[in-house]
Design a protein around this ligand. Structure first.
Ligand code: IVH
Length: 673
């Protein structure tokens, strides 16, 4: 079939629109269409390309899906060497760097620097000819790297075609390919499920994904690109400052760091470092320091290089988030449900700026999979707020036959038997409330913020109370006397009376908090809310049979069994009775026993809905069996948007999650099956 002009024009138009939307999303961080609208354009283009294959061009947004596996990577020579960076580890070294540079340049006044975080991924070079991506390469040894064009093309934030009319004939842009923490976690989860390779950290995951011979697999990996420099440029004037050059890159289609700043002096650099270090744990990706580049490109040239690194740039490193230390022993900690968690006792070591002597080993399966032995040198990782974990042993440093950690046959706390239930990874102490560890954890949980929220009743205090036999169960909390509490360590009379007051006022609660506070296995906040909304009454929950329980959203056969089992225990019933007797109360609620029309669905609410507060909207959805979540993921059924929706909409669009307006929300509430 001949290719009609109108079709050609339509395809061109579609491509341009899609590229512009991509640009708004990836570069400007400001999505310009809804997901559905984007999809519609995308599918129309796909359809045209299918009908008229001669329309397909390499820079079409449809061409990011990867291609047939290659047998190897071609080697590519870098026209301009890809250098590495010198490091600084403290302020003194930063001042020395600045001084050296000013001496070399014979420059007395303060020097201006362009600053960005140092991303922890891998360097790539992207060559564009006449605005089109021609070649992508890894850094390799700096002189030559590997041709990874097929893989780079699958990364959405790498433009296939640049924007603008006045593009350079050739431009080589450099930057980092990395993986955000959320994408990394999701990837490892799915790798674990599918028996694939589990990556030690986001950097390894990014490197492994970018160096796959099958670009179709790379396409499925959550890789991101951020540019940080220009390798070469021909056929266009370039700004004379690094910072301005980066702004230029942004205008032609490249993502640049959100944190990029132009700083007037080395002192401002030190402030910048402190600021970014503070933000480190809140960022969506790992960074391992800050890179400072002399802003003036003319002066950069004058300063030149020493061996493999420029004199005009430096990486001021953060305290490492991964360090090596020795595993001295493995202990087992008993949790609220009796599960025994292996805890690594380590030779103390600073990780991410904090001294660490304990780290989690997750469970026995992980220990076996990683082949961790007592006495090994291990890699310990601490990123963000997550608890430190043992990533794995350093096998090269193992000498001789080291013992494997063993699950103790009896509980280290109460000496009850330890058992593994069939089909479950966890080993548990069967002691229940006989076990002081489980009692402590149950009481800590009861007092915690999302449960009964008893102010002043911290973990240490609970431990003391249990150890001194003041309390055996949560019901005993309400029988404590001022004398007893004031007699505890670090407890003045004033704080003791505050605690009793907090216990008293805390008796006023909600049914869902109370159910959650009981600490029934696998009944989290959201399940507790569903139970409260469905039954409206504690007795009904306690007496419901397994089938009825399963009518409730979130409650499957296992959770239903757990709930039934919990309330079948006389001791648990007795505690609940005592709690109610001591005056725990909540406002009555109407049982929904609504048709669970939205069972199995998960919604996120963003923005203000007309006529409903967020809580109201959420409980209406929950009453119908839906789950309401605070964050968008691939499992979200839809994002309900009102006035002024937030960034969740962008996330939803990126993930292909439906976006619903007020009318669609109301339709959901009215819907029956
Ligand atoms: S500039 C001549 N800027 O760090 C300057 N590098 O240790 C060359 N990196 O190979 C690099 N973030 O992979 C620069 N904002 C940033 C960076 C950055 C991460 C990596 C890059 C480079 C390595 C050098």
């Amino acid at each position: 079939m001949p290719l009609p002009k109108s079709i050609m024009a339509e395809a061109r138009q579609l491509r341009q629109e899609l590229n512009e939307h991509n640009y708004s999303y990836y570069v400007l961080d400001a999505p310009s269409v809804t997901d559905q609208a984007y999809d519609r354009l995308f599918r129309r283009l796909q359809q045209l390309e299918q009908e008229y294959p001669e329309l397909v061009s390499a820079d079409s947004p449809t061409q990011r899906v990867g291609s047939e596996p290659a047998s190897h990577f071609e080697s590519v020579e870098h026209e301009v060497a890809m250098l590495s960076l010198d490091n600084a580890f403290d302020e003194e070294e930063m001042h020395a760097f600045d001084r050296r540079l000013r001496d070399k340049l014979d420059h007395q006044a303060p020097l201006a620097y362009c600053a960005e975080p140092k991303l922890d991924g891998l360097a790539v070079s992207l060559l564009y000819v006449d605005g089109e991506l021609r070649r992508a390469a890894t850094r390799g040894d700096g002189r030559s790297g590997e041709n990874i064009t097929a893989n780079a093309r699958t990364i959405d934030s790498i433009p296939l075609r640049l924007i603008g009319d006045d593009l350079p004939a050739r431009i080589e842009v450099r930057g980092e390919v990395y993986m955000e923490l959320a994408g990394f976690a999701a990837l490892n989860e799915s790798q674990r499920e599918n028996g694939g390779k589990v990556f030690a950290n986001p950097r390894n995951a990014a490197a492994g994904s970018l160096r796959l011979l099958d670009s179709r697999i790379t396409a499925s990996r959550p890789l991101t690109f951020c540019s940080y420099g220009i390798g070469l440029i021909e056929g266009a004037e370039m700004a004379s400052g690094q910072y301005r050059q980066m702004q230029y890159l942004r205008t032609i289609g490249f993502p640049i760091s959100r944190q990029i700043e132009l700083l007037d002096s080395i002192d401002d650099c030190l402030d910048y470092y402190a600021r970014i270090l503070q933000q480190r744990d809140d960022l969506a990706f790992d960074i391992d320091g800050v890179v400072f580049k002399l802003d003036d490109v003319q002066l950069q040239r004058q300063a030149g290089f020493v061996s493999r690194a420029p004199r005009w740039a430096i990486a001021y490193k953060f305290p490492a988030q991964e360090v090596m230390t020795r595993l001295l022993d493995v202990d087992f900690q008993v949790g609220r449900t009796g599960a025994l968690t292996p805890v690594a006792r380590l030779e103390p070591v600073a990780v991410g700026g904090v001294m660490v002597s304990n780290a989690t080993l997750h469970n026995m399966d992980e220990i076996e999979r990683k082949d961790v032995r007592i006495g090994d040198v291990v890699i310990v990782r601490r990123a963000g707020d997550v608890i430190p974990e043992v990533v794995g042993p350093v096998l090269q440093q193992r000498s001789g036959d080291l013992p494997r950690p063993k699950m103790p046959p009896r509980c280290p706390v109460c000496d009850s038997e330890v058992m593994q239930q069939p089909g479950q990874a966890a080993f548990r102490c069967i002691g229940g409330l006989v076990c002081a560890a489980q009692r402590k954890e149950a009481i800590k949980h009861y007092a915690s913020r999302k449960a009964m929220d008893i102010e002043g009743l911290g973990d240490k205090l609970v431990e003391q109370m249990v150890e001194q036999d003041l309390i055996d169960s949560v019901a005993d909390l309400y029988r404590l006397s001022l004398q007893q509490v004031a007699g505890l360590e670090r407890m003045a009379e004033k704080s003791a009376s505050n605690l009793l007051q907090a216990l008293e006022t805390g008796k006023k609660t909600t049914l869902s908090r109370f159910i959650y506070a009981l600490g029934i296995r696998e009944v989290g906040e959201s399940t507790a809310e569903s139970l409260a909304a469905y039954f409206g009454d504690l007795d009904q929950v306690m007496n419901a049979d397994v089938d009825t329980l399963q009518q409730v959203e979130d409650v499957g056969p296992i959770v239903a069994e757990n709930i039934r089992h919990f309330f079948d225990q006389k001791s648990n019933r007795a505690i609940v009775d005592q709690l109610i007797e001591s005056g725990i109360n909540w406002p009555p609620i109407e049982a929904s026993q609504q048709q669970q029309t939205l069972a199995g669905k998960t919604y996120v609410i963003s923005g203000t809905l007309d006529g409903y507060s967020r809580d109201q909207a959420a409980s209406l959805l929950k009453a119908r069996g839906a789950r309401v979540s605070g964050s968008v993921s691939a499992r979200t059924t839809g994002v309900i948007t009102g006035e002024n929706p937030g960034s969740k909409v962008a996330k939803a669009e990126a993930l292909g999650v439906d976006i619903l307006g007020q009318a669609e929300f109301e339709a959901l509430l009215g819907e029956t099956v």
